[in-house]
Ligand binder design. Structure first.
Ligand SMILES: NC(=O)C1=CN([C@@H]2O[C@H](COP(=O)(O)OP(=O)(O)OC[C@H]3O[C@@H](n4cnc5c(N)ncnc54)[C@H](O)[C@@H]3O)[C@@H](O)[C@H]2O)C=CC1
Ligand SMILES: [Mg+2]
Length: 313
């Protein structure tokens, strides 16, 4: 983000708002220390930044002594100014301890965009037509590990303790922020069963909407193929009722399982018989062009000569 030009900064906006209020015979209300006619404490430190889409981002830090009514007047004046300058949106980042500013902002038309554990972000669209601001997170990510031992043709399965029906499924759980899919599968399998394993490939992706377990958001459920390197089960008593190494052919046949587990068991059987390259989406790490970061790309195996080919042969 770039800093706002000096004429547009919060300090000037607040100063103008204060002058307007004082000229109208009003006073700054203040529940903090200091004279009632003083400018809001800390108000001059409010930073406003212009983003590359033409929106303004405001971080409300160090506003301990600012009164909500005074804040509302200042924000109203600022919004009016930003609107006249053609800004498209305002992003208001409010630390949880400053939450008393949420209601005044909402009364000016701001809505929640998202909240984290220690702060919320509100937005106001100023541009023409309906808001083009992107929404926040729409999905949760769950990952399961299909841990298949090729030597014994056995697959690791569990039954959930907290489900009404006790069906066989692959161990798994929710991804942590910043965690790779394969790492989630390996971690969850170990936490739930005590089995150590290595990531081999991604086998399947399920997308489901309005999932009750995802607080009404959508759910992405990834199933990975894992190779075990320990075999003694020591399962989590809080989450699992049963855990065992089951013959893959028995998992294919059983009715006591979920449709997705049954389908992936058949996929594994096919891969075991015909070659895992038929079913595996393998992973490769590649550099991101814009950020300099790295990401994981999953697709069917691409032969090396196709990775470097420059045109149609
Ligand atoms: N078809 C299948 O085979 C199934 C797939 N899934 C998928 O697995 C993923 C989630 O896996 P999980 O094993 O559920 O996650 P997880 O392994 O991360 O465990 C969630 C933990 O949170 C606890 N928990 C959940 N809600 C709670 C609440 N309201 N209060 C207290 N504790 C609570 C549970 O008891 C459990 O210990 C999702 O993507 C879901 O769609 C889940 C169940 C079956
Ligand atoms: Mg789980």
């Amino acid at each position: 983000m770039q800093p706002l030009r000096s004429g547009s900064c919060w300090r000037a906006v607040l100063a103008r708002a204060r002058r307007a209020v004082l000229l109208a015979g009003s006073r700054w209300a203040s529940d903090g220390p200091g004279n009632a006619q003083d400018p809001p404490a800390g108000a001059g430190e409010l930073p406003g930044e212009l983003d590359r889409f033409g929106g303004v981002s405001v971080r409300l830090n160090a506003l301990d002594h600012l009164d909500p009514a005074a804040f509302k007047r200042a924000l109203q004046a600022a919004v009016q100014k930003w609107r006249s300058e053609g800004r498209v949106a305002v992003w208001l980042h409010i630390p949880i301890l400053q939450s008393r500013f949420i209601a005044p902002a909402a009364s000016l038309g701001f809505c929640f965009h998202h909240a984290e554990s220690d702060a919320s972000t509100l937005t106001l669209w100023l541009g023409e037509g309906p808001s083009r601001l992107p929404g926040y997170a729409t999905h949760q990510v769950g990952v399961a590990g299909a841990v298949f031992d090729e030597n014994t043709r056995k697959i690791l399965v569990v039954q959930d303790r907290n489900k009404l029906k006790n069906m066989w499924k692959f161990p798994g759980g929710l991804s942590e922020p910043g965690e790779d899919i394969g790492d989630t599968a390996v971690r969850e399998v170990f936490e739930e069963t005590g089995i150590k394993s290595e990531f081999r490939s991604l086998l399947s992706i399920r997308q489901q909407h309005t999932n009750p377990g995802a607080f009404g958001k959508s759910d992405m459920y990834f199933i990975c193929r894992l190779q075990p390197y320990s075999f003694t089960i020591n399962f989590c008593q809080q989450e699992c009722l049963r855990c065992e190494w089951m013959d893959l052919s028995d998992l294919v046949k059983t009715e006591n399982t979920t449709p997705i587990t049954s389908r992936v068991a058949r996929l594994l059987l096919y891969g075991y018989r015909e070659g895992f390259d038929k079913i595996d989406l393998t992973m490769e790490e590649l550099p991101a062009v814009y950020t300099g970061l790295f990401y994981k790309l999953y697709h069917k195996e691409l032969p090396d000569n196709y990775k470097t080919v420059t045109g149609m042969c």
